[in-house]
Design a protein around this ligand. Structure first.
Ligand code: TRP
Length: 454
């Protein structure tokens, strides 16, 4: 992505922003988070949060980048020196979160690679599909070296793409495959919805039973919205920095948030009927997607083919997201230290992240005794990172954008004089940024802390 060049077209933005939003967060993480938080009521809350808190922050981050033409480290530094307060720490927090997320994301992408290879082997060695049905997450989870190896391969591919400067092209190429992936998901969805369990699933997913919500559910919804919309990482600030200041970004942000939310909803509709008709044990577990889908496909006609294409597309989506995460880190480092070459900065980040990868990769063996309330290291890491630190980084983004942009600047960037609703949207957005987002984040974190001690 050539920095500072303005967007060739809006389409490029959609491809990159939707590409960065749609990934493992939608297909792997969302379904089990819904399972963990009891279904319908959580989904309702999630959609509400995505379109209020999420959208507000998405627009704010894009606008920050657009205004300063820079990434979050530089932006937060400027605000810190203007205000003479250590706001730059928020920039560093975002960057650290991005690095740890990429490490953990690489491990999960490695799981996807593992299944992809298994499907490939089954397709080429024999047509007997029982092989794939027998792979269980349990055995992969115990094999930490394999997880580390797969994560390293995934990370290496991402670094090479970023170093070679192909990321712009590759991201676009991968994202243009998203419609194919969408089509595949819809075919699988039709198959899945024709299972007998569907009525139960629809009741579970769309009949809101608020008694199933826990104290931590609000925090989980906010954390997941931030994760899936790539908020709090500084990614959207970097994306915004490629725009000229005469573009109006709110409408684009809205479309990205809607597409991402629809994809997440399709993902639960795909996974739950299958999960309900097999065992419900994995419903609340990170292994949900990986346990349920291959089992189902191994019984279906042409299941091996669907499995192969599905896991390939899923891996490409994960690769796309990983490139986005690494690009964010690289763009920040290069802006901070212009003497550092881009390729060098990507390699240094890659190695640092590989080191962090050891923790999630070895969570089932070396670190198996690291447990908090019965949860292993990988789940604890996920929870602290996504439900705790990420919302705090989001709060940092709110504070920075409230301090950095004057009312006049904000209005100029937000309001599109050609749109009659733009003025009233502006006042809603501002209210949400100033009051709704911070209160939701603080409440979400406070309730999680309470639930921890209950
Ligand atoms: N949103 C991505 C997903 O749902 C994950 C992600 C988080 C991401 N932060 C990002 C992707 C930054 C690209 C850039 O899978």
């Amino acid at each position: 992505m050539s920095k500072k060049s303005s967007w060739r077209s809006r389409l490029s933005f959609y491809l990159l922003a939707i590409g960065s939003a749609c990934g493992l967060g939608n297909l792997w993480r969302f379904p089990y988070i819904v399972g963990e938080n009891g279904g319908g009521a959580f989904i309702l809350m999630y959609v509400f949060i995505a379109l209020t808190v999420g959208l507000t922050l998405l627009i704010a981050e894009l606008m920050l980048g657009q205004y300063f033409g820079a990434s979050i480290l530089v932006v937060s530094k400027r605000v810190a020196s203007q205000q003479k307060k250590p706001y730059h720490l928020f920039g560093w927090l975002s960057l650290c979160i991005t690095a740890v997320t990429l490490a953990y994301y690489s491990v999960i992408s490695g799981w996807v690679l593992h299944y992809l290879v298994q499907f490939l082997m089954t397709a080429f060695h024999s047509l007997d599909s029982s092989g794939v049905a027998q792979i269980s997450m349990g055995s992969l989870y115990q094999n930490s070296w394999l997880q580390f190896l797969l994560a390293s391969v995934h990370l290496l591919i991402s670094v090479v793409i970023v170093v070679k400067g192909f990321s712009d092209g590759v991201e676009r190429w991968i994202t243009s495959l998203l419609p194919l992936f969408g089509l595949l998901v819809i075919i699988l969805l039709v198959k899945s919805l024709s299972l007998d369990s569907t009525p139960d699933v629809l009741r579970f997913l769309f009949y809101p039973d608020f008694s199933k919500l826990t104290w931590a559910s609000l925090g989980h919804a906010i954390g997941h919205v931030f994760f899936t919309l790539s908020l709090g990482f500084g990614t959207m600030v970097t994306f915004g920095s490629y725009f000229k200041t005469d573009e109006h970004l709110p409408g684009m942000g809205f479309r990205v948030a809607v597409v991402d939310t629809v994809i997440s909803l399709l993902a639960v509709l795909l996974i739950f009927p299958i999960a309900f008709s097999s065992s419900k044990e994995t419903l609340t577990d990170p292994s949900l997607l990986f346990e349920v889908l291959p089992q189902f496909l191994s019984k279906e006609k042409s299941g091996m083919f669907f499995g192969l294409v599905f896991f390939f597309c899923l891996w490409l989506a994960a690769l796309n997201a990983s490139i986005g995460l690494l690009e964010t880190i690289t763009a920040n480092l290069v802006e901070k230290r212009p003497d550092l070459k881009r390729s060098r900065s990507a390699w240094i980040s890659g190695f640092a992240i590989l080191f962090i990868t050891v923790f999630p990769a070895f969570s089932g063996t070396l670190f198996k005794n690291v447990k908090l309330k019965g949860h292993g290291l990988i789940e604890v890491l996920d929870s602290f990172l996504i439900n705790g630190f990420l919302p705090i980084a989001g709060l940092g983004m709110v504070i920075i954008s409230l301090l950095a942009l004057s009312e006049i600047d904000r209005k100029k960037l937000f309001i599109n004089e050609n749109s009659p609703t733009s003025h009233s949207m502006y006042s809603h957005w501002k209210f949400s940024l100033k009051w709704v987002v911070p209160s939701a984040i603080i409440l979400g974190i406070a309730l999680q802390v309470i639930s921890f001690f209950l």
